[in-house]
Design a protein around this ligand. Sequence first.
Ligand code: GLC
Ligand code: GLC
Length: 659
Amino acid sequence: MSGAGRVPDVADVADLLADLSADRRELFALRLERWWPDVRDGLLAVHAPEDVAALERRLLRSAARAYAERDPELHRLDLARTLAPDWFQRPGMLGYAAYTDRLTGTADAPGTLADVRERLPLLAELGVTYLHLMPLLLPREGDSDGGYAVADYRRVRPDLGTTQDVRALAADLRSRGISLVLDVVLNHVAREHPWARAARTGSPEERARYRAYFHVFDDRGVPDAYERTLPEVFPGTAPGSFTWDDELSGWVWTTFNAFQWDLDWSCPDVLAEMVDVVLHLAGLGVEVLRLDAVAFLWKRMGTACQNQPEVHALTQVLRGVTRVACPGVLLKAEAIVAPTDLVHYLGTGRHVGRVSDLAYHNSLMVQVWSMLATGDVRLASRALQAIPPVPASTSWITYVRCHDDVGWAVSDEDAAAAGLGGYAHRSFLSDWYSGAFPGSSATGLVFQADPATGDRRISGSTAALVGLEAAVARGGRLGQEDVDLAVGRLLLAHALVMAWGGIPVLWTGDELGHPGDDGWAAEPGHEADNRWVHRPRMSAELLEQRHDPSTVPGAVFAGVRHLARTRASLPHLHAAVAAQVLDPGDPGVLAVLRRHPEGPLLVLANVTEGWRPFPAERLAAHGVAGALDALSGRVPPLGGDGQLWLSPYEVVWLVGDQP
Ligand code: GLC
Ligand code: GLC
């Protein structure tokens, strides 16, 4: 490796690249020049300079090996994507997330990887270009936190299929313009993973080597000191962040469940092994890697041990290596954190353009639910305005619901600025969505109430949270007020996330208003985790109804599909164009402006059950007076008072002329 330069010498990996053409060797060298400085900077931010050289050599060999072995079709994809680096920012992108075994099949005969193809017509009707299949690598037996406790990153859950099936499915999806997205669980492995096994029961040398992969303490001293500032993720079912293990004869760090052992990312072997895992998944044809629980990777005494600066340095290393070996692959940060911490995952300061390409817009999701509960946009407007801009080369993942609970990430500052108490508002939202608040028709469940902080999160399907489940259970039909209003809320939520710019990701069944699973607690291993309520098996019957607009699933499906189709036709929704939330006038109307070279796009959303106005002068001021509403295909008429009046839960996407 050349000592002085910023780029290692490609001659160091000549043996690995020997079978490649001169052109391909040159391309590798060019990529090193472009991306390796990021890798090195990232390493230097977490490791002592004297350790960095060895680690660099190891990562370089991993990258070169992955590059040399890359399937020619994937190599071609890499080339195409480096020619169109904004491929994932385009308005035609639409995501869908599902459990493989619940997307098709029945409880008795669950779906497999091969069966995913049965849903291709559904995905095509919606225009899906990104399919996130929930964890499918070999988990531990018994409760595995929905697959987030991985026992082997190189094997697939046998009931779903094989590694070869993943490869074949990825190729099939790719040929249809759909990118396969998989999780890479970075923060922890299952207690049954070979590393954890070796730390527990290996030979003395193995035990010494693999204990260093984890955070292990002989007594409670250090754990107690950490716990003074550690928040709890599963206070109800897995209290504390450390677990005593007899075989280990020590306390091991377990942020999530006792069987999920946090990795010690300050150990160079952990980083090198995980780089290999990432490259392995990329080699299967996975195009987007969801960095699960990435916020938790680095621990620092006296802090919450989330969002530490080293997390971004480590992501930069992962990104740099993948850019060298497989630049068609994106990294997506799953950091469900406070609004001020969130933007760093897309890159701020020296990490701009060097960390994840994608991150979940948790704040937008939370604010959508908050607006729907209160019928008031003032807090959301303020909170969303306060989020700093993100690099124009990145994109949010926008979503209404996912497989997890909803945690009320509303900061005290934002709440105060909107005249609310943070705690009181968060508490109200839990009351509202669990149906405890008078007048609420939501039927969510409280998840992990924390008696110490009073914090309560919420589980429940979109249909449950918008009140559709309750209305339908009462025998409600389309045309009845409660059903229509609930459908209105569901479509409004989707109209906002689809008009934000970024990749909207639909959660399985939300396109049908699919209810949750009443029987969730009866499944072995699920009884203590009510997130399973909103992870139902997709009902073939509801799916069948999607083409019948007189049914609830048909009406919801038509609405969601229309939003997706319309979105795909609007260049304004390219993720590089920022969404600018305007100061609210009427507190019931959210206004979001996008200023695109082709002209302005103004999104107006009435988050209330009544009619609400938006003044004509403001339409004119933003260049959308007399503009077409892309959703209805007409120019909305003004009322006698010269204002644009929006019906309950109506959303318009007003497309102005070129400036
Ligand atoms: C992420 C997943 C969640 C899981 C946790 C631990 O937050 O989304 O489902 O419980 O990580 O892996
Ligand atoms: C952690 C994750 C969050 C998830 C939760 C599991 O807080 O960051 O994504 O919701 O665990 O419920």
